[in-house]
Design a protein around this ligand. Structure first.
Ligand SMILES: Cc1cc2nc3c(=O)[nH]c(=O)nc-3n(C[C@H](O)[C@H](O)[C@H](O)COP(=O)(O)OP(=O)(O)OC[C@H]3O[C@@H](n4cnc5c(N)ncnc54)[C@H](O)[C@@H]3O)c2cc1C
Length: 502
């Protein structure tokens, strides 16, 4: 066991999409800063950011019904949908900047245009969908959205879903062609390749085990070489905790007051993957349904065409479930060891409040493949069990904290927790997730580097022209951005490049 001393400007913990995005932005803003990355697994993008561990939806609120809730007066609240769409436009602009500046190549390796659709059954849901369509379709951010309850039109849009349905079933869908399928794993790896070429020191199989504040205000990290067991000490002026589900434990170890009374609630995921190329070929969209009563918002069922490893495939899910692990590669003790004296009351309150959710998630874990097929058959009435396999997805750790809504409130969003002096920040939560990584990492930069923002603003605007501007209120800029990002990212012209999975 040896001990090595090292000093640097920035340390990023974890090699997922969040650290990749922050590292890449910082390298553009402050090229001379020294950056180090520690990742406990063998490669980048192996946890939630991996293409098989998430749904690859470029979340722009085009199809996710949980972002447009019905208010008690029956009208539809679209404020969250607008917010998420604007955030996604930021990601699209940054990815275009990376391609235009040749910092990454081949956008077709990580992004593909794909219609985003919402699909509902039953009179009440059809009425809701129609109202949602009316509320969104006149908004410039959602231009091009179509609605139909005509079975013939729906057969044209989603033949696989329509075949085998009773003729009198109340069913409706919306469709918008400008949606995307994003391979976040590939994008993460591309950004880390770029960072490596810029001399960023990326240490795989290195786990950050503890933190200490030094007398001169730096952070000292205890880093363990997972392979040899050797311990190294690394210090930095700024630390980003991008450990995905692992961030809760890491934040607790920093001891910063902002990290107190916070806990995590893990939700696991399972996808069904179609192994029959003839079935795969019959579908071309991401089709989101409505979450079941009692189900958490991240378990909304959807049937997605995916483009992974240059192959078209078809995934259904995710089925949410309960596992005490905070990372897919984590430990069965993660949940228990996250309970500390400062958050025990918060966690107990959350436990008491969320018994029905926990029960639901445990029941979901126990489902047999046959029972999962029943859910799939609501989407594809003619689905055959032999055409589908189960794949374990990533873990999503939802934030638990005390809010104005009460002690131990379960949050379904993303949260940046940073120290008052801006020397350390952690990202908690996983929704909307990778799609809004650019917006969330700009939030980290704003919170932690306020003294540099004025100097950095021109470069930020070069990377993200809509930075600080409401696109909804600036339709000329929105049009320009839509057209230039589609052009740079080659959206809409790539279907022919992919073959159907064999
Ligand atoms: C089932 C599912 C479906 C999803 N679908 C979508 C979707 O359709 N669209 C979307 O935008 N988002 C989606 N998400 C969310 C998205 O995947 C995540 O928000 C995003 O990948 C998180 O990125 P990250 O970098 O924070 O974490 P991760 O990708 O999990 O990376 C964290 C990294 O930190 C490492 N690490 C942890 N602890 C330590 C330590 N102590 N030392 C060193 N390294 C450490 C881990 O090994 C890991 O590599 C989904 C997530 C799940 C689970």
């Amino acid at each position: 066991m040896s001990s090595i001393e090292n000093k640097t400007d920035v340390i990023l913990i974890g090699a997922g999409i969040m650290s990749a995005t922050l590292g890449t932005i910082l390298k553009e803003l402050a090229p001379n800063w020294e950056i180090k990355v520690f990742e406990k697994l063998a490669n980048a993008g192996e946890e939630s950011s991996n293409e098989w561990n998430n749904a690859g939806t470029g979340h722009a609120a085009l199809c996710e019904l949980n972002y447009t809730v019905e208010k008690p007066d029956g009208s539809i609240d679209i404020s969250k949908a607008i917010q998420i769409n604007e955030q996604f436009q930021g990601s699209m602009q940054f990815w275009s900047y990376l391609v235009n500046s040749k910092l990454i190549n081949n956008p077709q390796d990580f992004i593909m245009q794909l219609p985003h659709m919402s699909m509902v059954q039953g009179e009440q849901n059809v009425t809701f969908l129609k109202k949602r369509f009316e509320a969104l379709s006149n908004n410039p951010l959602f231009q091009g959205m179509e609605f139909s309850e005509d079975p013939e039109k729906l057969m044209e849009w989603i033949p696989l879903i329509m075949q085998g349905r009773p003729a009198n079933e109340a069913i409706a869908a919306t469709k918008i062609d400008s949606g995307t399928d994003v391979n976040f794993g590939a994008l993460t790896r591309m950004m880390f390749d770029h960072l490596k070429s810029k001399n960023v020191d990326i240490q795989y199989k290195h786990s950050v085990d503890n933190f200490k504040r030094t007398k001169d205000g730096l952070w000292e990290l205890k880093v363990r070489n997972v392979h040899s067991g050797n311990i190294e000490r690394h210090t930095a002026k700024f630390i980003f905790i991008g450990g995905g589900g692992g961030s809760v434990h890491l934040l607790q170890k920093t001891g910063i007051p902002e990290g107190k009374r916070i806990g995590g609630f893990p939700v696991s995921g399972i996808f069904m993957v179609c192994n029959n190329p003839e079935v795969v070929a019959q579908h071309h969209a991401k089709v989101y349904g409505k979450a079941r009563v009692g189900a958490p918002p991240m378990s909304v069922p959807h049937l997605d065409t995916r483009y992974i490893d240059n192959k078209k495939s078809l995934l259904f899910g995710p089925f949410a479930g309960f596992s005490p692990k905070f990372l897919k590669s984590g430990s069965m003790f993660d949940l228990v060891t996250s309970v500390k004296p400062d958050n025990v009351v918060t966690m107990l309150a959350a436990g008491a409040k969320n018994m029905p959710l926990t029960k639901y998630l445990i029941e979901q874990v126990m489902l047999s493949k046959e029972q999962r097929m029943e859910e799939l058959c609501e989407f594809i009435p003619n689905a055959k069990i032999e055409d589908w396999d189960l794949v374990v997805a990533g873990q999503r750790v939802q934030v638990i904290k005390d809010t104005s809504a009460g002690k131990g409130t379960l949050q379904f969003g993303t949260e940046v927790i940073s120290a008052a002096d801006g020397s350390i920040a952690a990202l908690l939560g996983a929704s909307p997730g990778a799609s809004t990584a650019v917006h969330v990492m700009l939030e980290v930069i704003n919170k932690c580097f306020p003294q540099h923002i004025k100097e950095w603003e021109p470069k930020i605007k070069e990377m993200i022209p809509s930075y600080g501007v409401s696109l909804m209120e600036n339709s000329v800029l929105l049009r320009e951005i839509h057209s230039s990002t589609a052009d740079t990212l080659g959206l809409g012209h790539k279907e022919q490049l992919f073959s159907v999975a064999q």
